[in-house]
Design a protein around this ligand. Structure first.
Ligand code: G6Q
Length: 545
């Protein structure tokens, strides 16, 4: 049998990695650093202004080459090529995953099935930029003749998390006279709080939905329509206050949005990979077309790096392989992403979808149950806040949780010594996690014996540090593409399809069945399990008061 067709645990490189792991797990980071005074420089990589220090990982000089061999055996090179060339690699949905086409420069060409994708992509970007320009300049007028001052993006999942993350991340570059809001939850509170201080005559809604059928988004869009029309009193107002971002022109027209006010994209753009498409319209209105292009250029640069760098010098491949290393060999079940930049406060939430909706799978591409672990839980909060809450567990808990620290040398809001204090915490946390503080050291400092176990830090806890000069649109693009391709790398090793999300369907379908049971005036006859039946009965009683 060819190695490329073997189940993952039977691959020679996997077996070799397993054997290697049995040696490595006995070494502490302290020992590894002591044995190699150059380790910090040796296990780090600088590429286009991004510096990755991965020296505080539980690896030796042999680890990455071994894991890179595994990536080769799993066909990572061919799979990258298949993704970038537009092959239908999303097997269960029978389509390409061609988000990388969204950031190709205008002069590039990408012919898929005889059609060059680039002119289509560029045409939408140009329409978006023209529209964003009209909003930003005040040229676009609401129904009563007043310029738009507030923009509300209505969307959920991939049609929300990317835009809101990027808007927050690039707020320093945004037009501050415009208020941006994001409504996603079907909980009416989300809409009510988002619009409570807004004037309908100056508000533009962007209804962002690939399918234009998503329950939450359609419910919020209809509520927004009613809110707007109640104040403006004329159906014609819809065309001045609503635009749509979708692939479903028919549904958009049915909703009453002028097709001229629709920005399209393509079925080969997956929701969680759609920030660079028209789904990013709200972000573009906030930061302007030029900054949006700068962000795309960052994505593109990382795409090129992923395509061309050898695996052992390839940032996304290294991060992806390290995630596999900890998940499958060390048994890590979660990974923390800790941005030390307040502007990246939504980055962990964004990454949660990117990583877990992509790789939270338990069957291979061929449909066989996997016999190894796939995606860990990703989670995180901006530093330094997390230090005063969950870092206790990172340092002294019973689980191994690899951490990615992200930080910048320059603040976009330089204030006194804030940045030095912020970044000192990153370096200190990574140092403390890796090297800890031994019982002997505590004793030598005169620590009372009964306190020693409580105050001991065993260390040996791995982390990466990603450092860039400052948070710019280009850097944000690079960071997001870094994780996108890391996720792809993991999926190739685990032999799973990272581009579908069937796991979100069952709950949606069951909810559709429960809605009428909550709403019917007569007590419905229920055929759920006894727990669900009882909850429905209780809700009905309490809801009616
Ligand atoms: C992302 C998922 C999902 C999707 C939302 C919104 O990859 O497909 O999060 O983005 O369910 O879907 P619509 O854009 O179709 O409303």
């Amino acid at each position: 049998m060819m190695a490329t067709h073997l189940p993952l645990p039977l691959r020679p490189a996997w077996q070799a990695a397993l054997k290697h792991f049995e040696e490595v797990e006995n070494h502490t980071l302290g020992e590894l650093f002591a044995a190699d005074p150059q380790r910090g420089e040796r296990f780090s990589l600088e590429w286009d202004g991004l510096y990755l220090d991965y020296s505080k990982n539980r690896i030796t000089a042999e680890t990455l080459p071994l894991l890179a061999r595994l990536a080769e055996e799993c066909g990572l090179g061919e799979r990258i090529e298949a993704m970038f060339s537009g092959q239908a690699i999303n097997l269960t949905e029978k389509r390409a995953a061609l988000h990388t086409a969204l950031r190709l420069p205008p002069q590039a060409r990408l012919v898929v099935d005889g059609v060059d994708m680039v002119p289509q992509v560029q045409a939408v970007l140009e329409r978006m930029a023209a529209f964003a320009g009209r909003i930003r300049s005040g040229e676009w007028l609401g129904f009563t003749g007043r310029p738009v001052r507030s923009i509300v993006n209505i969307g959920i999942g991939g049609s929300d998390l990317g835009p809101v993350m990027a808007y927050e991340a690039l707020k320093a570059y945004s037009e501050r006279t415009l208020a941006l809001r994001f409504v996603s939850n079907v909980d009416g509170t989300d809409f009510a709080e988002a619009v409570r201080d807004l004037d309908p005559a100056e508000t533009l809604f962007i209804v962002s939905s690939k399918t234009f059928t998503t329950q939450e988004t359609m419910t919020n869009a209809h509520t927004a329509r009613a809110w707007c029309l109640e104040a403006l009193g004329d159906e014609r107002a819809v065309s001045r206050h609503f635009v749509a971002v979708s692939t479903n022109a028919q549904r958009v027209a049915q909703f009453g949005i002028d097709p001229d006010n629709m920005f399209g994209f393509w079925d080969w753009v997956g929701g969680r990979y759609s920030l660079d498409s028209a789904i990013g319209l709200s972000t573009m209105i906030a930061i302007g077309g030029e900054n949006f292009r700068r962000m795309l250029a960052g994505f593109y640069a990382m795409d090129q790096h992923f395509l061309s760098a050898p695996f052992t010098e390839n940032l996304p491949v290294i991060l992806g392989l390290l995630t596999v290393w900890y998940t499958d060999f060390f048994g890590a079940r979660s990974q923390a992403v800790l941005p030390y930049d307040q502007y990246l406060k939504r980055f962990p939430a964004y990454l949660q979808q990117l990583t877990m909706e992509s790789n939270g799978k338990s069957v291979t591409r061929a449909g066989d149950l996997v016999t190894y672990h796939t995606c860990p839980v990703f989670w995180g909060e901006p530093g330094t806040n997390g230090q005063h809450s969950f870092y206790q567990l990172l340092h002294q808990g019973t689980q191994l949780i690899p951490c990615d620290f992200i930080c910048f040398a320059q603040s976009l809001n330089p204030l006194g010594e804030h940045q030095d204090l912020l970044v000192s915490n990153v370096f200190a946390q990574a140092e403390a996690l890796a090297f800890g503080k031994s019982a002997d050291t505590l004793r030598s400092e005169g620590m009372a014996e009964w306190l020693v176990p409580h105050r001991t830090f065993h260390g040996n806890r791995p982390s990466n540090v990603l450092l860039a000069e400052r948070l710019t649109p280009e850097v944000l693009g690079k960071l997001v593409a870094l994780y996108e391709h890391s996720v792809f790398t993991q999926s190739v090793i685990w032999d799973i399809n990272p581009f579908d999300q069937w796991g979100v369907e069952l709950g949606k379908a069951l909810a559709q069945r429960i809605v009428p049971e909550l709403q019917s005036p007569e007590a419905p006859s229920l055929a759920h399990d006894s727990s669900t039946n009882a909850l429905i009965h209780r809700y009905r009683r309490l809801h009616r008061g």
